[in-house]
Design a protein around this ligand. Structure first.
Ligand code: AOF
Ligand code: ZN
Length: 368
């Protein structure tokens, strides 16, 4: 704890919120700290959709001491009856007198009404302290709650010349163990992992989180227009801990569809063209309340998703290696491209980090 002021307590609330990343599904991460007469009397974080909101958990801890306290909340307290009753009412009933809110809730059923309700009951409310940090932490929720489309992060791991395998197809390993460890954290933080069927055919990946400690397993999603996935692939045979969803075209052979459904996979039909309609696919995944997806290639699926403006964030990892390989060595992002440099997709809010020897560039695409 640093200086004792509003910011200190809000930072604590933000830290608690952040620890819930990856486990709240389509719900935001939220933290709440209750302070009375210079002492912390309650703390809470929203940890699972359908279970306690941050404020309610903090109030439960504070008990009678909540009366006359200040609440530091990273997101505007809710005013609606969702899976749980409104937090606003609980704060009012408990006798909290001041509420410091980091960011307003973009959920159309809340969006300012929580703050208005608290003020109408005479509570002192201030909004915006460390608001940018709260908003950034909830980038997934903020997109999904207004668009019902999943927030898609594209992650690539390539050589400096953008190759994800050599000309003979060798790809183990391009990036370091440190980078691969970070990928497991990224998987934990998304509800689904998406790859193209060619990646499944080539690598037979598990698409699971395997860090040093257990993590949440995302749903595996395979873009497989013609249902070519091998019946012995691990994404089909190992479905005890995480289900698999296939995105297919209506054109896919009926007998393949039947054989795969018999293995317990869900097949979403996304258009009737030779290739899956990716926009329709994202809409259907959104309808199933998959609010975030980590896209892990291959290059053509990455390119197609980017061209269709379905990518919200890019995490590009580069190993300090150059492998070459002309047309035979696949690229991290492969698409027809634009003629003019002015038409290039540029990345905003760039961050550069290092994992072991590798460089990781994170950014948000600005589409023209
Ligand atoms: C809060 N505190 O800790 C969270 C909030 O279905 P429910 O009842 O879980 O409500 C989900 C909505 O409530 C979610 O979309 C968002 O607007 C808000 N989340 N609000 O006051 C919390 N998790
Ligand atoms: Zn609430």
């Amino acid at each position: 704890m640093g200086l004792l002021n509003d910011e200190t307590y809000m930072r604590l609330a933000l830290q608690m919120a952040e620890s819930g990343l990856g486990q709240t599904g389509i719900n935001p991460v939220v933290g709440c700290v209750l302070v009375k007469d210079g002492r912390i009397v309650g703390m809470g974080a929203h940890l699972k959709r359908g279970e306690g909101h941050a404020e309610v958990l903090a109030l439960r801890m504070a008990g009678e001491e909540a009366k006359g306290s200040t609440a530091y909340v990273t997101l505007e307290p809710c005013s609606h009856h969702g899976k749980t009753p409104p937090c606003c009412d609980r704060l009012i009933e408990a006798g909290v007198t001041r509420v410091v809110v980091a960011a307003t809730d973009p959920n159309p059923v809340v969006s300012g009404t929580g703050i208005a309700k608290l003020r109408a009951q005479g509570l002192e409310v201030s909004v915006g302290l460390l608001g940018d940090e709260s908003t950034k932490m909830n980038e997934i929720f903020n997109k999904f709650i207004v668009s019902r489309m999943p927030f898609v992060t594209m992650k690539t791991a390539s050589t400096l010349d953008g190759r994800i395998a050599s000309k003979t197809g060798d790809s183990k390993w391009i990036t370091s163990a440190e980078s691969r460890g970070w990928v497991h954290t990224l998987r934990h933080q998304h509800q689904g992992i998406l790859v193209g069927v060619q990646t499944v055919i080539a690598d037979d990946p598990q698409l699971s989180t395997r860090g040093d400690v257990p993590a949440v397993q995302p749903v595996r999603i395979i873009a497989d227009s013609q249902l070519r996935v091998p019946l012995g692939a691990r994404v089909l045979t190992e479905q005890d801990r995480q289900p698999t969803i296939l995105l297919a075209s209506a054109q896919a052979p009926a007998e393949r569809r039947a054989a795969l459904e018999a293995r317990g996979v869900t097949i979403l039909t996304c258009g009737d063209g030779p290739q899956v309609d990716l926009t329709l696919a994202m809409q259907q995944l959104g309808e199933r309340e998959i609010g975030s997806i980590l896209l892990e290639g291959g290059g053509r699926l990455n390119g197609a998703m980017l061209e269709r403006r379905l990518i919200d964030k890019l995490v590009l990892m580069f190993a300090p290696k150059i492998i070459g390989g002309g047309q035979a060595a696949p690229m991290n992002i492969h698409f027809d491209g634009y003629s003019k440099m002015d038409d290039a997709i540029t990345l905003d809010r760039l961050r550069v980090e290092q994992f072991g020897p590798d460089v990781c560039i994170t950014g948000y695409p600005l589409y023209k």
